[in-house]
Design a protein. Sequence first.
Length: 340
Amino acid sequence: MRARTAPALIGLGAVVAAIGVSAPARAQSCVGVEHRVNLQTSALTTAITGAITTTEAALVTQELAERARLVSAVKVLTAQSAAGSDQVANGFRASSQALATTVVTQDQRQAVALATHRYGSIGYDPCGANTKAQALYTAMSGTAAVRQQMVTQVHAQPGRYADPKDWVANVKSGAAPDGAALYSGDREAATKFITTVIGPPDPQPRNTGNSATNDLNRLEKTGRDTYRSMTAVVLADIAADYQADGPIAKTRALSGHWQGSDGGAAWAAGIAGQHDRGIIQDAVRMEAANLALIAHQIKRGMRTEATAAALLLAMVNARISNSVPSPGRGVPTPASFQTP
């Protein structure tokens, strides 16, 4: 057995060395190898080859399956990613649309609120201001009719003659009030005072039959009527301004609309939260009221100037032409007013 063992080992080493090279060697080529070793080697080779083939087939099948799974997974992942991207894009688009809608709605609401604030600001109590302004206009427009009505009630009318007994009776009765009646708003009392100041009417002159004398009488009456008419118109105009529903009362009411009894605190509080448009409108109303007051003041100034001019003319005329005898003396003394 020992003699055969050495060659066997040599043959086994050759098999092992043959396995390490690229080309496989057959066991039958080894000299001295027993038949049964060859059979076992062939069987082993067949088994290993079969195992390798089976394993390779299994690995290939498994690799194909895994590859199919990976491809499927990639497809699913890609689909899910695409679906997710669509969802995200749809979500962003929907949120953007919602945001745009919200912004537009908010802008519209702000525009409506701004327009409401702008055009809802119309100043402090505009209806009250318009009503008071209209009342002032009506009062200023109606003073001429009131003045004319008071002037026509005066006893001494220009160009007319009348018996002075009624005027004398009224003066003697003490019914004629003082000058405060012009500012009291009482039209009847103011008319009585004006009638008293103007004096008695001119009686009908005697017919002298001399045309020159009649002409002189008419001329003197015309001069007296001129002064009387100016005085009556001025006094009646003052009384018309101060009557209960006259321009003075309506002016005070219009001024009190903004000033009130608190110095304008209520007006300031009412106008503070309004738009510039409302403040400008209120300023325009105030300026219109101011212009009306200026116009009324101009009229009063013109009335004062006319009165001063008439007084100066009367004084000059009295010193030039009118003279009355001084009591107890024969020398005529100039008089500022001469009654018949």
